[in-house]
Design a protein around this ligand. Structure first.
Ligand code: DAH
Length: 342
């Protein structure tokens, strides 16, 4: 029996050395390693072996089987090709499409800001900016807000602790930048002032404590309300499309006289009246007016010589009305399903 094992061992060694392909390896397996193969055949004959030799013979057979299995496993890896598919070994499917990589891009809100800047710079406006942390003078007083105006209340304004000063605050609108520009430049002045503003308000679908505005200002000799209307209507047509329906409505702001608001047809009901437009068919997009003589005077500009117009609008709101978004908070959640639509 031990002789038979030794004979088979040299046979297996010869066969191993002769394996030159996956097919050879498979033939080797079928010859030696299956149930009806050579090694199993010798195991069957273990019954005939006398009791005292069983241990030795069994051990020799086990070693032979292990050696054959190792030889086969090595050959199999060496000659593994797609044709020699062995189901228990998963392989890469090169025909599968690759994984998509996400490309980052500008946030829709910043895209809207850039679009507004583009429209106004094309009309001849330059871009100015001012600080987010302001004082009462620039945010309210110079803009002709009376001392008891409700917007000055703690309820609406975030005040900033700043030593012993009680007049430091986060700007509640971009209008203070008008003051800074008029104080530092001589007319003609024609600029827009985009930036972030802050209000002490509960966060809802329509209002947040922090949002963006774009302010506009044009000061020169003989500036008229007709020019104001032409400019803001032209902006609305460029931003919303040439067929947008527009309406002017009289309004009030302390820093403009006369004041107006510009409305567009409700994006949802197209003017029939619905929940979004409070049944009016219209939605407000901006406030505007002729710069109040007191404001010009506060900035050292003579209202007898110069006149000007100003306007201001929320960027989130302007964008929401364009894309039909009914909840401002969606712009801040950064849900990829929203972002990838822009
Ligand atoms: N500052 C106003 C606000 O935050 C918006 C505004 C209205 C700006 C009229 C203007 C303007 O320049 O003329 O609600």
């Amino acid at each position: 029996m031990l002789e038979a094992i030794a004979e088979l061992r040299s046979q297996i060694e010869a066969d191993t050395a002769a394996i030159a392909s996956a097919t050879d390896a498979e033939a080797f397996r079928l010859k030696h390693l299956v149930r009806k193969g050579t090694i199993a055949g010798l195991f069957d004959r273990l019954r005939e072996v006398p009791k005292e030799q069983k241990r030795e013979v069994g051990q020799a057979l086990n070693e032979l089987r292990t050696a054959a299995e190792t030889a086969f496993a090595e050959a199999e890896t060496r000659f593994a090709t797609p044709e020699s598919a062995v189901p228990s070994h998963p392989r890469a499917d090169v025909t599968l499409p690759g994984r998509t990589l996400y490309h980052g891009h500008e946030h829709p809100l910043m895209q809207a800001k850039a679009r507004m800047e583009e429209i106004f710079t094309r009309m001849g406006f330059s871009i100015a900016s001012g600080p987010d942390i302001e004082d009462d003078y620039h945010n309210f007083e110079a803009l002709n807000f009376p001392p008891d105006h409700p917007a000055r209340d703690m309820q609406d304004t975030f005040f900033v602790e700043s030593g012993d000063r009680a007049d430091v605050l986060l700007r509640t609108h971009t209008s203070p930048v008008q003051i800074r520009v008029m104080q530092s430049q001589k007319p003609p002045i024609r600029c827009i002032m985009p930036g972030r503003v802050y209000r002490n308000e509960a966060i809802t679908a329509r209002a947040g404590a922090e949002f963006y505005q774009v302010e506009g200002l044009y000061i020169d000799k003989g500036v008229t309300m007709a020019q104001l209307k032409g400019t803001v209507c032209e902006f609305a047509r460029a931003y919303y499309g040439a067929d947008v329906n527009l309406r002017f409505r009289t309004s009030f702001f302390p820093f403009t006289e006369p004041s107006a608001e510009l409305d567009i047809t409700c994006f949802l009901c197209k003017g029939d009246g619905c929940r979004i437009c409070k049944e009016s068919g219209w939605l407000e997009i901006l406030g505007c007016g002729m710069v109040h003589p007191n404001v010009l005077r506060n900035c050292g500009i003579d209202p007898e010589i110069y006149s000007g117009y100003a306007f201001g609008m929320g960027i989130e709101r302007t964008l929401m009305l364009k894309i039909g978004l009914n909840d401002l908070r969606l712009l801040y959640e950064n849900d990829i399903r929203l972002l990838e639509q822009f």
